[in-house]
Ligand binder design. Sequence first.
Ligand code: SF4
Length: 366
Amino acid sequence: MGRKLLADPHLPRKLKEGRPQDVLPCIYCYTCISAIYIQEHARCAVNPETCFESLRPAPPAAATRKRVVVVGGGPGGMEAARRLDRAGHEVVLLERGDQLGGTLRFAALAYAANERLLDWLARQVEASHVEVRLGTVATPELLRSLSADAVVVATGARRSMPPIPGSDLPHVFSGDDLRRLVLGESSEALEKKTGWTTRLATKIGAATGMTANLDFVRRATHQWMPLGKRIAIVGGELVGLELAEFLSERGRTVGVVDDVPRLGAGLTIVRRMRLIEELEEHGVTLRAGASDIRIEAECVRFTDAAGQGAAILADHVIVAKGASGDLALAEQLRAASFAVHVVGDCRGVSYIEGAMRSAAEVAAAI
Ligand code: SF4
């Protein structure tokens, strides 16, 4: 119960009131516990007020009710919308895709504990007064027609393929490609790289709503995935390592290679210790400090940390690198004279903790 109470100190009261669905869930990310190891102030990734109660008191109800448009239905956008609604503002949440969740959906697939937060945020938004518009692209014209007093941009990171020799080969997927593939989404680049059976299965999954059900996808991918037996992942930060775990649990022989000296950036120290140990137990090859990484038809070649030539054999290669902040929309909207606030990964990749904290800061500032 320790961590559950850090995530939501109001848990006992909510249960007593018969509202278990409102309990903000712990996602077992170990941010709180890791703080002890590095002598930082204790904190909770999903609840920015925990341990900062006097520094971040609950904001009073808004003195002026504003019309706020939140752009992006990922965790940062949903949390900002929920908080702004609670503060008394009139909120419209725009999401380009056909469902809420953003990258948290794939994060929930790779690490099931994240799904609790996804479900909680979706439930809270649904139970609020927030007007959700799916399949809607934010443009200055639309925001003007919505009479937005303030705009919160929460559109996430930019993901570009890093300049790795061979990254344009047909058996190479970006992290985004893989997310789309598994979650039943489509893109032109993906259509070129997949066979008709995969495209058909993806379309059936999307049309029937099966791929929207993460538990179904989690179970189904144990039986079938359009990926070969041997997978090389280029990129050993949080996303690459959680992907390695997801794939190795599905019977793939996985190797991870990166040029950084230490794998696991973005993971808290305790989660990193556990995950690296689990990956090694699953037989995942982990190679940090590599140089001269290049992708070939059947392998990823590199020079290892000891200066020796090495290779990871691969039927498919996933490049899980290249995410960075993306302020393009925010700047476009500022140039069009909107009062713009920015939340989550578009400020720079900061994962769930950054999304939840920046959403709280922005909601308090509006
Ligand atoms: S920091 Fe993570 S593990 Fe700790 S209580 Fe919060 S959600 Fe749970």
